[in-house]
Design a protein around this ligand. Structure first.
Ligand SMILES: Cc1ncc(COP(=O)(O)O)c(C=O)c1O
Length: 377
């Protein structure tokens, strides 16, 4: 067995989910999976592709029309990539793996925020890179001074950004974006920006990928798992400059050849005809976010206001339990499951992640139980 792979643990989110499954009748607020049906246009697009026998390999980079639709969509966000600069992957997950496999040599240092989506650290470990964590502000927004300090001290080659953030819901504001752009311009660094939650944002959208002068230093990762409530359809994408894409394409080609053909055709229909569904889902998430944050504060939690994605990351520091202990007890005593913040790295300790991918009724029931649990602590 490969030593690096053996040293990596399975995701703490999955680990906890496996415990939840054993508790009968538990209400789970653990999943990063929207509870809406995938838009009808996408389903029909997939069915049509099957009927038309579009079940063969596509181009390695993916169906041209889908790449062209993605290029148009990104332009609406102020992010400019041509269809030649886009590669369709098997979810955002393959995009992350491909990037690090293509970029990293043994020992290369990668700046990764903490807390963060666990795949960045695990994949960097698997491919032999070295993780250098950087801290965020108290409200989980980016602190460019912390990044600069670590960059200088450690000599890092790569920087991971991810806004809106899983698990905190933080987004990038204009000031943060502009400071990051200045930093990226002035240093020899390549940035991987994972923006898979970009369609679920309650503020204005800002990204370092909006700055064309640093295009050769930015790799943009996104996908449709969250945007179209389609986590099982497994379509993501990478957009970047040709010089980097040339290498990423080799990893993608030898790893998977191409993403699933029929689903790619479905996503074309999604981008053409389902954007109203995306807005509907975003508005629903906003209502739920307001409800959950309001209730949590009323119960007595300190909560940083999430501005995107569909997670809240309240502090549990005042209860003097580790996040793992807190979640285990909440699960066993009240049958409500949340993810321990420690699943998202060292910076996640002292917090729990609550996903609001659930109906208001389910959220209300769970929050009532959380309230009872806190009263008896
Ligand atoms: C920040 C982030 N990036 C990437 C992914 C992976 O997405 P996919 O399911 O499309 O592989 C997730 C999934 O939860 C995520 O939260």
């Amino acid at each position: 067995m490969n030593n690096r792979v053996m040293a990596v643990e399975i995701s703490g989110i999955r680990k906890f989910y496996n415990k939840v499954r054993k508790v009968e009748g538990a209400i789970s607020l653990t999943l990063g999976q929207p509870d809406f049906n995938t838009p009808i246009a996408i389903k029909n697009g997939i069915k049509k592709a099957i009927d038309e026998n579009k079940t063969v390999y596509t181009e390695n980079a993916g169906v041209k029309e889908l790449r062209s639709e993605i290029s148009n969509y990104l332009r609406t966000l102020g992010v400019n990539y041509s269809e030649e600069e886009i590669c369709i992957t098997i979810g955002g997950s393959e995009a992350i793996l491909d990037c690090f496999m293509a970029l990293l040599n043994e020992g290369d240092k990668v700046l990764i925020p903490t807390p963060a989506y666990p795949a960045y650290e695990s994949v960097v470990n698997i491919v032999g890179g070295k993780i250098i964590n950087y801290k965020l502000n108290e409200d989980f927004t980016v602190n460019v001074d912390n990044i600069k300090e670590k960059f200088k001290k450690e000599g890092c080659k790569y920087l991971v950004l991810s806004f809106p953030t899983n698990p905190t819901g933080a987004v990038l504001d204009k000031k943060g974006r502009d400071e990051l752009i200045d930093f990226i311009k002035s240093e020899d660094i390549v940035v991987i920006t994972d923006e898979i939650y970009a369609s679920i944002i309650y503020d204005d959208y800002y990204s370092v990928a909006q700055e064309s002068s640093i295009k050769e230093k930015v790799i943009y990762i996104s996908g449709f798992s969250k945007m179209f409530s389609a986590t099982g359809l497994r379509i993501g994408y990478i957009a970047c400059h040709d010089t980097i894409m040339k290498e990423i394409m080799k990893v993608h080609q030898y790893g998977v050849s191409c993403a699933t053909s029929i689903v790619q055709y479905g996503m074309i229909e999604g981008l053409k005809y389902s954007m109203n569904d995306v807005i509907y889902m975003r508005d629903e998430f906003l209502n739920r976010k307001n409800y959950v944050v309001g209730r949590l504060r009323q119960i007595g939690f300190h909560v940083s206001e999430p501005r995107g994605a569909f997670y809240v990351f309240p502090s549990i520091k005042k209860f003097n339990l580790t996040s793992e202990e807190f979640c285990e007890r909440l699960l066993n005593e009240k049958k409500v499951a949340c993810v321990p913040g420690s699943a998202f790295g060292d910076g996640g300790e002292g917090f729990i992640r609550i996903s609001y991918c659930y109906s208001i009724e389910e959220l209300e029931l769970a929050l009532n139980k959380i309230e009872e649990f806190i009263k008896n602590l």
